[in-house]
Unconditional design. Structure first.
Length: 283
């Protein structure tokens, strides 16, 4: 059984609950178990008591004698660097939830720490592995997409990555420049690849965004558009955890550290473009 430690800002969150449930249920055959957890700012009920995961008294205790680490804090990305500075010293394969950091500078510092300590890292939104996207990726691999529209919901700073990561999987991470012609509540971001290919990432806020908007994609390959709405929400979490299990065992994932840093660059540059009134920002 491969042993994993969970490190978080506060463990009472959807991701911590879902990841443990999937590893104990549909992915039990992977033989990956969360054996210890630590949180810096506990809130609400005792998550460890509720889930039966041993509570560690420190990060050092949590990551001692484990094979891999999950660094979560999905809604507190600003603490990733501080936590990574302690976690990566163990040199274990480390999943960093959703995206590396709120800025390219911090993302690069995390990447440098990982290299220094020989700790493989893997950082991605679960939407990269949407079931509907997986199903059509062979078409884009056979005939690269030339134009695309990717829509989603939520605040750009925390949830924009979910929509952007779908575009980056289809078009690749080598974005040359971005422009955000939207507003703080309705971001419309164009990714320009410098070779005629462009993808639009549209992310909007609404109190009923999950129900009314969700996520969808449409990308042109050859003379046709391939389009789908993401409906299997359990599926993308399951696929992410399946990828994570393979990463924990081998130290390798399908997403490079450079691509993880590039994702942060797109997110940060899009916000910068909007704040400047909607101008092109080179990456």
């Amino acid at each position: 059984m491969l042993k994993v430690a969970m490190v978080d800002h506060h463990l009472n969150n959807w991701h911590a609950d879902t990841f443990v449930r999937l590893l104990r249920g549909p992915l039990a055959g992977e033989e990956v178990e969360v054996v210890a957890a630590w949180e810096s700012d506990p809130v609400g009920e005792d998550w460890c008591a509720r889930t039966g995961v041993r509570r560690a008294s420190s990060i050092e205790e949590a990551i001692r004698n484990v094979d891999a680490v999950m660094l979560l804090a999905p809604d507190n990305i600003d603490v990733h660097l501080k936590l990574a500075d302690q976690v990566l010293k163990a040199g274990r394969p480390t999943l960093i939830d959703k995206f590396l950091a709120p800025s390219v500078d911090e993302a690069r510092r995390i990447a440098a720490l990982a290299e220094l300590h020989g700790a493989p890292i893997f950082s991605s939104s679960a939407l990269r592995y949407a079931v509907e996207l997986d199903a059509v990726m062979p078409r884009f691999e056979a005939a690269p997409a030339s134009a695309g529209l990717f829509t989603g919901m939520g605040t750009w700073q925390i949830y924009g990555v979910h929509t952007a990561t779908m575009a980056l999987r289809v078009f690749g991470p080598s974005v040359k420049r971005v422009i955000n012609t939207g507003t703080a509540a309705a971001n419309t971001v164009t990714l320009d690849y410098g070779d005629g290919r462009r993808a639009v990432v549209d992310v909007r806020e609404a109190t009923n965004g999950y129900e009314a908007l969700g996520w969808s994609f449409a990308a042109r390959t050859g003379e046709e558009y391939v389009a789908a709405k993401v409906l299997d929400h359990e599926g993308f979490y399951l696929n992410l955890m399946r990828q994570a299990c393979g990463f924990f065992k081998t130290g390798k994932s399908d997403m490079s550290v450079d691509e993880a840093v590039a994702t942060v660059s797109v997110l940060e540059s899009a916000e910068q473009s909007r704040n400047l009134g909607g101008v092109w920002v080179d990456l």
